[in-house]
Design a protein around this ligand. Structure first.
Ligand SMILES: Cc1cc2nc3c(=O)[nH]c(=O)nc-3n(C[C@H](O)[C@H](O)[C@H](O)COP(=O)(O)OP(=O)(O)OC[C@H]3O[C@@H](n4cnc5c(N)ncnc54)[C@H](O)[C@@H]3O)c2cc1C
Length: 309
């Protein structure tokens, strides 16, 4: 290698060139690049996918364009609400990370739709975005069996199997290739992403981030139907232009109801265990049963320590 580099250059320049080559390839030389699962994207979905795969003992690598944006909240500084709050709790029931990190990083908790029945209540929390990102990055980087890599997945390796093509690995923008048994794609708004501002439009994953174009065309060539969903950011209002005397103050709940079941007090935990047992009963017998007393009593009177069905 040094011979190729030499070609009449100064010894220091040669040494510097060799150091650069070693640094560039250190990752591939020092790592075994075979994984069970490759997760593409370090947004909310990618984090949960990578953590879940590592919890069941898989060797996982989370590849994302910028390690510093792992756990980034793209838009609103809030989590949950009607529908999404339920989804977060379902993920929490599978030992997911989002609810627990929200509880650690929240500024205000408030249950929406309280005027209606408990089945349609939506837990929502205002979050400190920087704290959320930091707490999430701390957890992800210390998850056993989960490696993180800053790169962009540009292509998927396929190999013929008996009746179809199987995933065999991924090719990265840096030139590296990784072998794996499964690829999870969680590219969010980045896949062939576009930003529209007024009449202007330009390719972007999110403001300040590059879109994922190469991977989109690979998926297109593989026969997947690609469509873009719209997400919108409401206009920001300059607080100096608002007369707060005419607005109603919305305080957080006291006591706050956290997202994660692990952080709930006794009455709620009892309710959750019942819900799990009823779910297990439904799955094993095929006959759904609903305990109406349990559904209504526990959430309405949280201090209840026990409940008899
Ligand atoms: C301006 C804006 C406003 C939004 N407002 C809301 C809102 O109010 N409510 C709401 O629920 N949602 C909103 N969204 C949508 C929001 O993006 C999603 O709800 C959420 O972030 C999706 O999470 P995700 O994990 O699927 O993807 P994302 O959070 O988008 O993360 C995708 C990740 O994949 C990485 N990536 C992409 N391509 C590659 C590649 N080829 N190789 C490696 N890494 C790659 C990216 O770097 C990124 O880290 C908004 C989005 C934007 C941009």
């Amino acid at each position: 290698m040094l011979g190729v580099l030499w070609r009449g250059k100064e010894p220091l320049a040669v040494l510097w060139g060799a150091v650069k080559i070693v640094c560039r390839n250190y990752g591939s030389w020092s790592h075994n690049l075979d994984f069970d699962v490759v997760v593409v994207g370090g947004g909310h979905a990618g984090i949960e996918a990578a953590a879940a795969a590592s919890r069941v003992g898989s060797r996982v690598v989370l590849i994302t364009q910028k390690l510093s944006t792992i756990g980034e909240m793209s838009c609103n500084p809030s989590f949950g609400g009607i529908g999404k709050g339920h989804l977060m709790r379902e993920i929490d029931a599978l030992d997911g990370l989002c609810a627990k990190i929200c509880d650690k990083s929240a500024i205000q908790f408030r249950v929406l739709n309280r005027s209606k029945g408990p089945a349609v209540w939506g837990i929502r929390a205002q979050i400190d975005r920087d704290m959320y990102k930091k707490n999430m990055q701390d957890v992800v980087s210390s998850t056993p069996g989960l490696e993180m890599m800053e790169d962009s997945v540009e292509d998927i390796m396929l190999q013929p199997s008996s009746s179809c093509q199987r995933v065999a690995g991924v090719h990265l923008a840096s030139g590296k290739s990784l072998k794996c048994k499964a690829v999870v794609i969680t590219t969010g708004t980045f896949l062939n992403g576009k930003i529209y501002i007024g009449l202007e439009s330009f390719p972007a994953g999110r403001r300040g981030d590059a879109p994922s174009i190469a991977l989109a065309s690979v998926l297109d060539d593989a026969g997947f139907l690609l469509r873009r969903l719209k997400t919108g950011t409401p206009p920001r209002i300059d607080e100096r232009t608002v007369d707060f005397r005419y607005l109603e103050r919305q305080f957080g709940d006291k006591p706050p109801i956290p997202f994660s079941f692990l952080n709930l007090k006794d009455g709620f935990q009892v309710h959750f265990v019942f819900a799990l047992l009823l779910g297990a009963w439904t799955c094993t017998t095929g006959f759904p049963i609903v305990c109406f007393a349990c559904v209504s009593v526990c959430p309405i009177f949280p201090p209840h320590k026990t409940h008899t069905c």
